[in-house]
Design a protein around this ligand. Structure first.
Ligand SMILES: [Zn+2]
Length: 253
């Protein structure tokens, strides 16, 4: 068992009788900003009320996406609609990655506070989907060398950023985002950034861009797949739990 998932495993100590699989060997090191092949469309800051539309679009297009989620950002991850959304996305083969508990500026936190940001979300996802993500995207792309090393070594996380920004979080219009993403040329690999918290990113940009990228020849796949499948998408795989009094976003860190 790697030391990497120590935080989560200590949280799981009350569940000794349950078998679970620890599947990570070692993460990809450094912070990766692009795929090895094809294109990994990603949606950050969820789960949001638009996530179901993202999933329907990608399922209908026979494509996969990656969702980097928070514990408490726009809503609480334990809300029942978020729980159902996440379970459905995992069942459909999309990838869920970590984006910290509270959408934190990691570089301004102490190592202990960084650990809390990682572990509190890991605990939530372990309970909700029975899986602990092996991939992480730092909010704002902010994670300096020490931060990346800590995430790699202590938490066993593969750290990814992006190579193309749709611009949705900094005020780009939907048509500007569509132009940015439609300018990508197959077979150059890409790892574009977008956010599922903006209605236009989900209802206007993605529906315009997904078919045109596919028409060029891109396979739209998860980040784990576009990085060659060398590291599995989840550090630990068990089974989802049932809601209890610990499923709360109170006492937010
Ligand atoms: Zn974010």
């Amino acid at each position: 068992m790697p030391p990497l998932a120590a935080g989560v495993l200590s949280n799981l100590s009350g569940r000794k009788n349950e078998t679970f699989e620890v599947s990570v060997i070692s993460p990809l090191s450094g912070a990766l900003n692009n795929c090895d092949r094809d294109l990994a469309y990603s949606f950050d800051d969820g789960p949001s009320i638009y996530h179901g539309e993202v999933e329907m679009l990608f399922d209908n297009a026979k494509a996969k996406y990656t969702s980097f989620v928070n514990g408490m950002n726009w809503s609480c991850i334990y809300d029942e609609n978020n729980v159902q959304t996440l379970r459905k996305a995992v069942a459909a083969g999309h990838q869920i990655g970590s984006h910290t508990w509270s959408h934190a500026h990691l570089n301004s936190l102490s190592p202990e506070q960084q650990d809390l940001e990682i572990e509190r979300l890991e605990e939530a996802l372990w309970k909700i989907i029975g899986r602990v993500p092996a991939y992480f995207r730092p909010p704002y792309g902010e994670c300096d060398k020490n931060c990346v090393e800590r995430l790699n070594k202590k938490h066993g996380l593969t750290v990814v950023t992006w190579d193309v920004d749709s611009g949705d979080s900094v005020g780009a219009s939907p048509s500007a985002s569509i132009a940015t993403l439609n300018a990508l040329k197959y077979p150059q690999p890409h790892m574009p950034l977008s956010h599922e918290t903006y209605q236009s990113s989900v209802e206007t940009v993605a529906p315009a861009v997904v078919p045109s990228l596919q028409k060029q020849g891109y396979k739209l796949m998860t980040i784990q797949q576009c990085l060659g499948g060398k590291v599995p998408p989840y550090k630990i795989i068990g089974r989802p739990q049932e809601r209890d009094e610990t499923w709360t976003c109170a006492n937010n860190v």
